[in-house]
Structure formats: structure tokens, C-alpha cells
Design a binder for this molecule. Structure first.
Ligand SMILES: Nc1ncnc2c1ncn2[C@@H]1O[C@H](COP(=O)(O)OP(=O)(O)OP(=O)(O)O)[C@@H](O)[C@H]1O
Ligand SMILES: [Mg+2]
Length: 439
């Protein structure tokens, strides 16, 4: 019996998810045109339908007093916050909504427990004075009091409240999931019109909810996934780089907007690499931001070189950067390790082997490097260990003396060579030693 019920319940949920798309198309054709136009202008195609669906859902709460709950699920940077922001702006621009709706925004990273969350709800609803020093028996009592207090102004109808829970999954870690339970419970009952909108990047978010919480959720989910093709991605780059029509200098903006930058082969390659790495707009923005920040009065157009430099800065290897700050002795040890890696085909080495390799170099080839005492070399080696450029093979309890402990170099051949090229005033014999095939 119980199983049949669960299955029926699941089927109902699935049906709800399927109807999402049909409802979306209905709302796309049936809803006020002015809103669609603005929303359309702001969002690219695959977010549009979702945006209109969410707008319609929240409008039903705000105007008709229908309670609702919905989850927006998508990876980081997929535009969840942007989507909701856009929808809320649209919603608040409706005259019948403006004065009526109350918005409460919570974030799982800030409201780390339900007590803090409740305080924040009270603050955002401007009910601190009403609550005063009252002591409540339970969370539910407190929330009910708050929602009741909202009714006082006009007894005939209560004001709809939109609860936005960013990082929704973090609220599931609160004790007994009290906040989620109570909010979703209110959204299911006819007491006060409430819409609960959760934003999360966890696909499995429903698995985190307790049974009693899950059963109170409407199971409406909006999934945001980037299905952009490379062509569309380049269009977005073009759009993001263009100056708006109301730019004060039309001649300049005309020239700027007609730039053929995106057609350049190198630029296309950079964009493709970025696109293949991650399609999210956050990383694209940081790339374009770095490129645009190189524009100045003396060079007022965006050039291919700016994007190449931005790409270089963004993909700069943090480990290779650490190498620039090393002393010559530490660098020599890295080279010795590189040679050991070449000789022994990547097998782990110990300090003694590195020291021997280094001594061989000093005796045979070097004129510019001092002879260092062993403890000094050991100190340098330990510094490399601290920087995690070398790591012990066995990180467990080690009974071997430090000198004989097996280590691995955490750098690639290319990283070492690149760092050497850029190292300021690197002695020539050290460079040659690094270039030579075998130590
Ligand atoms: N479809 C899109 N078109 C244009 N820009 C977008 C799009 N999606 C996201 N962005 C941009 O990407 C950036 C990140 O988006 P947003 O903050 O909405 O992501 P998020 O899903 O909320 O991420 P997080 O999970 O980290 O909160 C924003 O600057 C936003 O303007
Ligand atoms: Mg966000």
C-alpha cells in the first residue's frame, strides 16, 4: 500500500515536471507582451521560456495570492541569480504588485542557522518593533506570528511574501530542517500567500530534504544548463563587448562596435579554448574584463594582443609563478630533481640524491654558484616542501630520516623550463644545466 502511494506520488511529480514545458509555452503566448519584450532583450534564448514561466508563477502569488514553491537548479555561474533578478525586476514593475508584495532574501552562506534566519526575516519584514521582547515556544509559532502581523494593516487580505533562499541546499543542514519545513508548510496551506524560491547548484538537492519537508515541496524545478553552441558563445562575446546605443560619443562607439576582433583566428582560438574549458559567463567576463582594462587613451581599440595577454594572465600557472620567487639555490634543487626525473623515468627520489646531483653540477660546471653547506641545502629543500613543489610519496607516519624520505616533484618539465626563461637574472650556467639532457 505504502509503496503504491510513493510510486503514485513520484509519478505525479514527474507529470508536474513534464507539464513545466507546456505551461511555459502557454505563458509565453498568454502573458502581457511588454514584459516579454524586456525579458527577451535581457536574456538569451534558452533562458527565456524559463524566465516567463517563473514570472508567471510569482505573479500568481503576488496578484492572485496563490502559494507556490519552486527550485532553480544549475551549475555555478549558469545564471540562477541573474534569472531571478530579472524576473523580480519585471514583477516589481507591475503596478498591482509593487505596493503589495514583500520580499525576503536569505542566503544559506549567511543565515547559518534557523535562529539567525528568523531574525533576518523579522528585519526584512520590518517587524522588529512588533516582535519586541516576545518569547516564542517554537519556530512555527514565531513564523506564524510574523505572517499574522503582516495581516494587521488590512484584515481582509494578507500581503503576499516572496521568500528567496539562495544556496538552498545549505538550509537542509539546519537542525531538523525547521525553517524549510515551516516555510514549505505555509506555502501548502491557505494561511498567507507565500512563494518559496530556492536557488541551488546541487542537482541532488531533493535527496537532502527530510521526508516531511520533501512532501510539502511542490516539486517544481527549473533546470538551467548551458546548451550554447560556439557560434552563440561568440555572439554573446560580441554583445558583451559592444557599447550601448546611448554611449555619449557616437563616432567612437560606432567604430568600436564595428571592430572585426572576433573574426581574428587567434582570438577565435582563445575563445574556443575558453568555451571548451567552461561555458559559464563568469570566466568569460573575467577574460573580457582583463582585455578591456588594457584599453587606454593612447590605444583606444581592443586588439588581438589584449586578448592574448588577458588569456595569458588568466591561464597563468600558479605553480610556475611560485617558481619566480625562489632563490637560485632552490631553483638549482628543482633542476636537479628534474634531471633525476629524466634519468630515473619519474621514479621518486630523496634529498640525498638531489644533493648529490647538485654537488656534481657545482663541481663540474658551475662558476657562479657558491658551495653551500649541506644544512643550508636541506633548509632550501624544506622550503620547497613547504611550498608543496615537492611532496613526500608516503604521507603517512614516516620512520625514515628526512634525507632518505622518498619525494616527488610536483612540476611538469615544461613548467620548470618556462619559469627558468622568465627568472630574472638567472645565471647562464644554471640555464644551460637545465637545458642539458642529463645532469
Ligand atoms: N545566459 C546568460 N547571458 C548573459 N550573461 C549571463 C548568462 N548567465 C549568466 N550570466 C552572467 O554570468 C555571471 C554569473 O551568473 P549568476 O551570478 O547568475 O550565476 P549563478 O548561477 O547565480 O551562480 P552561483 O551558483 O555561483 O550563485 C553573471 O555576471 C551573469 O550576468
Ligand atoms: Mg547565485
Amino acid at each position: 500500500m505504502g509503496q503504491t502511494q510513493t510510486r503514485q506520488h513520484k509519478r505525479r511529480n514527474c507529470q508536474k515536471r513534464v507539464t513545466l514545458s507546456s505551461r511555459t509555452s502557454r505563458s509565453a503566448s498568454g502573458h502581457t507582451n511588454a514584459h516579454e519584450v524586456t525579458v527577451r532583450a535581457r536574456l538569451e534564448t534558452h533562458h527565456r521560456a524559463v524566465c516567463l514561466h517563473l514570472l508567471e508563477l510569482l505573479r500568481r502569488t503576488a496578484v492572485h495570492g496563490e502559494s507556490n514553491s519552486v527550485l532553480i537548479v544549475g551549475p555555478r555561474g549558469s545564471g540562477k541569480t541573474m534569472l531571478l533578478g530579472c524576473v523580480l525586476r519585471e514583477l516589481m514593475s507591475l503596478r498591482e504588485v509593487q505596493k503589495n508584495v514583500l520580499l525576503v532574501e536569505l542566503n544559506g552562506l549567511l543565515q547559518t542557522d534557523d535562529k539567525i534566519a528568523l531574525k533576518e526575516i523579522t528585519r526584512q519584514l520590518h517587524l522588529e518593533n512588533v516582535v519586541g521582547d516576545k518569547v516564542f515556544g517554537s519556530f512555527a509559532e514565531n513564523l506564524a506570528f510574523l505572517l499574522e502581523a503582516l495581516k494587521k494593516g488590512d484584515k481582509s487580505s494578507s500581503r503576499p511574501v516572496l521568500f528567496v533562499l539562495d544556496e538552498f541546499d545549505l538550509f537542509a543542514h539546519h537542525k531538523n530542517q525547521t525553517l524549510l519545513y515551516n516555510l514549505l508548510d505555509v506555502s501548502q496551506s491557505a494561511q498567507t500567500p507565500v512563494a518559496v524560491v530556492g536557488l541551488t547548484c546541487r542537482l541532488d538537492v531533493l535527496e537532502l530534504l527530510e521526508k516531511r519537508v520533501k512532501s510539502r515541496f511542490s516539486h517544481r524545478q527549473i533546470h538551467l544548463f548551458s546548451s550554447l553552441s560556439f557560434g552563440q558563445y561568440v555572439d554573446v562575446v560580441r554583445a558583451q563587448l559592444s557599447l550601448p546605443p546611448d554611449f555619449p560619443d557616437p563616432k567612437f562607439s560606432d567604430e568600436w562596435n564595428h571592430s572585426k576582433l572576433c573574426e581574428d583566428k587567434t582570438v577565435e582560438e582563445i575563445l574556443r579554448r575558453n568555451f571548451n574549458g567552461s561555458k559559464d559567463f563568469r570566466s568569460l567576463h573575467s577574460l573580457l574584463f582583463l582585455a578591456v582594462s588594457r584599453v587606454s587613451v593612447s590605444h583606444s581599440t581592443l586588439r588581438e594582443a589584449d586578448l592574448i595577454e588577458a588569456c595569458r594572465l588568466i591561464s597563468a600557472d600558479s605553480k610556475a609563478n611560485v617558481l619566480h620567487g625562489l632563490s637560485i639555490l632552490e631553483l638549482c634543487l628543482i633542476i636537479a630533481m628534474k634531471h633525476l626525473n629524466d634519468t630515473y623515468d619519474g621514479e621518486p627520489f630523496n634529498f640525498q640524491m638531489v644533493h648529490n646531483e647538485f654537488k656534481k653540477f657545482i663541481q663540474r660546471k658551475s662558476h657562479s654558484i657558491h658551495k653551500f653547506e649541506k644544512p643550508v641545502v636541506m633548509k632550501a629543500f624544506e622550503h620547497l616542501l613547504q611550498l608543496e613543489l615537492v611532496r613526500p610519496v608516503d604521507s603517512g607516519v614516516c620512520k625514515v630520516q628526512r634525507e632518505y624520505q622518498l619525494m616527488r616533484l610536483m612540476l611538469e618539465h615544461g613548467q620548470v623550463m618556462e619559469a627558468l626563461q622568465k627568472y630574472p637574472q638567472c645565471p647562464t650556467d644554471v640555464k644551460q644545466w637545465a637545458l642539458s639532457a642529463f645532469g
